[in-house]
Design a protein around this ligand. Structure first.
Ligand code: NAP
Length: 316
């Protein structure tokens, strides 16, 4: 049987890449210089029947158009914002992602960021390392996390897992999404500005779509206010970043814990000097356990596709 040709647009998790290479013919796009990549795709289009993408790159309209034999896009991520889903539907191309296996890690990080911002954990760590504890004495007092009202944008798998964790800290939970969820006691807001005005920590946990691009804008940040903290473990473009930086600079927002940024890996330098901000480099699902489980899911989906069996986690 013809081996499945798999295009990788960017370097992948090492375990995933080696498992793919063991089974299939792998085409590594980044190994071609940027100006030669279209030629590379054209030259190998007859063999490429699958794309494996991640949160950095997937399959946009141009890539899909350049691959007439494309059958499946298997994402090494739960977010599908780097895949042109409408085009895949139109062409009958299957799409899979990696839901559930990463939920706990991302939710853990959201809580970790909220606590790190309020208790100034990173700043306090730097205080000890710099010798300031010896020279200047005790560290200043910070703000409690337990009991604070948590507002969640998007009560999906990750949003719910964050809510469950925050409940254990005695935090009242409210949320905003397109529709009220039937099986929770959490307070629903149909208006995001109202949610922001009524919570202390606002966590972004929705999917990135045209509708949710810059969903956290100046009005939302101002509603969250000088005592409020924004945590973003969704995607960078959910937040209007220049507005976020301005709100922090001007003291209109109390703090931010950010895993994702608008132009990764670039982060606004102005944030580097702010002690009420904790910055981590898109590591929400970045544990060995979770990345291996995500890789196994990508392989499982491709294997199911090749064997004409039901896909494990189909989206399209
Ligand atoms: P999910 O179960 O599909 O949840 C997505 C949520 O987004 C749903 O609750 C949905 O609620 C909400 N949503 C969609 N459109 C919306 C809109 N226009 N307004 C308000 N809410 C909207 O997905 P998940 O597994 O929880 O993952 C959520 C996102 O987290 C992913 O899409 C990804 O971008 C991000 N993520 C980040 C990392 C990281 O490393 N930082 C890792 C994994 C995932 P309604 O349908 O009720 O509106």
């Amino acid at each position: 049987m013809e081996s499945l040709g798999v295009l990788l647009p960017v370097p992948m998790n090492a375990y995933l890449e080696s498992e793919l290479a063991r089974r299939y013919k792998v085409f590594r796009l980044w190994e071609s210089p940027p100006e030669r990549r279209q030629d590379f795709i054209r030259a190998n289009a007859a063999a490429i029947r699958a794309v494996v993408g991640n949160s950095k790159a997937g399959a946009d309209a141009d890539t899909i158009d350049a691959l007439p034999r494309l059958e499946i896009v298997a994402c090494f991520s739960v977010g599908l914002d780097k895949v042109d889903l409408a085009k895949c539907r139109e062409r009958g191309i299957r799409v899979t992602n990696t839901p559930d296996v990463l939920t706990d890690d991302v939710a853990d990080l959201a809580i970790g960021l909220a606590i790190a911002v309020l208790r100034r954990l990173c700043q306090a760590d730097r205080y000890v390392r710099s010798g300031a504890w010896l020279s200047k004495g005790d560290y200043k007092l910070t703000t409690r996390f337990s009991g604070k009202t948590i507002g969640i944008i998007g009560l999906g798998r990750i949003g719910l897992a964050i809510a469950k964790r925050a409940e254990a800290f005695g935090c009242p939970i409210s949320y905003y999404s397109r529709s009220e969820k039937p099986n929770t006691n959490y307070k629903y807001y149909s208006n995001l500005v109202d949610l922001a005005a009524n919570c202390h920590v606002l966590v972004v946990a929705c999917s990135l779509t045209e509708e949710t691009y810059h969903i956290v804008n100046r009005e939302v940040l101002d509603a969250l206010g000088p005592k409020g903290v924004l945590v973003n473990i969704g995607r960078g473009p959910h937040v209007d970043e220049p507005e976020l930086v301005a709100a922090l600079r001007e003291g209109r927002l109390g703090g931010a814990g950010l895993d994702v940024f608008e132009q990764e890996p670039y982060v606004p330098e102005e944030l580097f000097g702010m002690e009420n901000v904790v910055l981590v480099p898109h590591v929400g699902s970045g544990t060995n356990e979770t990345r291996n489980a995500m890789a196994d899911l990508v392989i499982g989906n491709l294997e199911a596709h090749v064997m004409n069996k039901p896909l494990l986690t189909p989206v399209v």
